[in-house]
Design a protein around this ligand. Structure first.
Ligand SMILES: [Zn+2]
Length: 172
């Protein structure tokens, strides 16, 4: 599959208001419901707190974000951990074809990213139903993530990392 992601906006996708500075809002990776017409598989959509409470549909994964005057956002570690947590435990109503197909590869990619950053370590490899899984253990609290091992080409890895760097606005 090809990986396409939309760009960041500074507005709430629900009410169209500018996102407030210095307050948490929710950033989501959103499955594009109109993918055939528009091309991007995933869009980033940001929601202010009241709009997030209304539980928008189609959220693939999410993390909390903040716009600050000082340009000092949450640390990448927190964002990565939160994104990974929500990826491994998906939001129930994001079960489109794209989401189902993309999730294992994105989980695997983020497992590797967290491993490289020493946010997780590999506990063991296991086999379940002829699929091998890497069991990652979070440092320091030992939280376990079972992630299916995927075949990802170098080109695919680099392309995915670039796309996520744009979404998160820092290098992954
Ligand atoms: Zn809103």
């Amino acid at each position: 599959m090809e990986w396409d992601f939309g760009k960041t906006t500074r507005k709430c996708a629900g009410c169209s208001n500018n996102l407030p500075e210095e307050e948490f809002f929710y950033s989501t990776l959103f499955v594009n419901p109109d993918v055939k017409a528009k091309g991007d598989n995933f869009l980033r959509r940001d929601y202010c707190n009241p709009c997030w409470e209304k539980k928008p549909e189609g959220v693939f994964s999410f993390w909390k974000a903040k716009l600050t005057k000082k340009q000092a956002p949450k640390t990448p570690r927190e964002v990565l951990v939160e994104f990974f947590d929500n990826l491994v435990n998906p939001v129930p109503d994001a079960q489109s074809e794209i989401a189902v197909e993309a999730r294992p590869k994105i989980m695997y990619l983020f497992g590797l990213i967290l491993l490289r950053r020493r946010i997780v370590k590999i506990k063991e490899n296991i086999l379940k139903d002829n699929q091998s899984y890497i069991v990652f253990e979070r440092i320091p609290d030992g939280k376990i993530y079972e992630v299916p091992e995927m075949a990802l080409s170098d080109a695919e890895l680099i392309s995915l990392k670039d796309q996520f760097a744009k979404i998160f606005e820092f290098e992954v």
